[in-house]
Design a protein around this ligand. Structure first.
Ligand code: HEC
Length: 107
């Protein structure tokens, strides 16, 4: 009986840990897919109809490549060109996470 309880505690700990580890990445990815992908494309290539209509630059553009992480966070926070500001819709942590995800497309 004792053993069972100990096993259960151990299993719960494992679930909690894996939950915490998995949380950061997929949530930024999910956020990007729901809020940013329609204009920036699945891989940041700005290959969607909205991207073309808004003249969004792909991540291969030198101007996008040359932007620092801080500048990108600012663009998302306060808006840039036709992109709306997200400061009232996303938390700072969400903006940081989603920009970090966007930057994985940069080569
Ligand atoms: C309605 C279309 C639209 C949506 C939705 C959108 N953006 Fe943008 N975004 C733009 C436009 C237009 C620009 C400015 C033009 C440009 O330089 O690409 C821009 C610029 C940026 C930039 C600066 C680098 C660059 O590509 O010029 C970043 C970083 C960025 N967006 C990230 C995001 C993130 C993260 C989200 C989701 C939270 C998002 N965008 C949602 C249209 C959009």
């Amino acid at each position: 009986m004792r053993k069972m309880i100990r096993l259960q505690v151990a299993l719960t700990a494992v679930f909690l840990l894996t939950g915490a580890v998995c949380f950061a990445q997929p949530s930024s990815e999910a956020l990007y897919k729901s809020k940013c992908q329609m204009c920036h494309g699945a891989k940041g290539m700005a290959d969607t109809p909205s991207a073309k209509a808004m003249k969004v630059k792909p991540v291969t553009d030198p101007e996008v490549k040359g932007m620092t992480e801080a500048k990108m966070e600012e663009a998302v926070r306060n808006g840039m060109g036709k992109m709306q500001p997200y400061k009232d819709k996303l938390t700072d942590a969400q903006i940081k996470g989603v920009v970090a995800y966007f930057r994985t497309f940069l080569q």
